[in-house]
Design a protein around this ligand. Structure first.
Ligand code: SF4
Ligand code: SF4
Length: 136
């Protein structure tokens, strides 16, 4: 196997390697211009804006990333993808982080918290999508 500086840094940063495997995104291409965060309609509600999430992932800060609310606040609107000059897809990163987080047992909503009244009022598609996105 050819050993490169990139492969060595991923050996030392298993979280980055795991996220890139999960999302198919090469985060080393991000040059932190901030366009994704600037165009994100829910950035103000995120504890960590999407461009900083990318930075924390590349630094291997798994706990900081997975304990933030950012991936759960993301509404998958694709503005970040549309505005990235490096053709990265931060929305795919957020989706991948949700999957990783659920797999590691961090679910932001417990089934018992969802009331019958809410289920009766909500469209079926929203309930199924919400269960996929927010519950383990
Ligand atoms: S817009 Fe693209 S290059 Fe700029 S910070 Fe976001 S992901 Fe990185
Ligand atoms: S897809 Fe998510 S992170 Fe990207 S702009 Fe929309 S809400 Fe923000």
């Amino acid at each position: 196997m050819k050993i490169t500086i990139e492969s060595l840094s991923k050996t030392k940063n298993p979280f980055l390697a795991q996220v890139e495997r999960e999302t198919g995104e090469d985060l080393s291409r991000c040059y932190q211009c901030g366009n994704c965060s600037g165009s994100c309609p829910v950035s103000d509600e995120m504890e960590i804006p999407v461009s900083q999430i990318i930075r924390f992932v590349t630094l291997g800060q798994e706990k900081t990333v997975l304990e933030s609310n950012s991936m759960w606040v993301c509404v998958s609107c694709f503005q970040c993808q549309y505005n990235c000059p490096k053709c990265l897809d931060p929305s795919k990163l957020m989706e991948g982080l949700r999957r990783l987080s659920l797999r590691k047992g961090h679910a932001p909503i417990e089934m018992a918290q969802v009331t019958g009244e809410f289920i009766e009022r909500s469209p079926q598609q929203a309930i199924v999508a919400g269960f996929r996105k927010l519950m383990s």
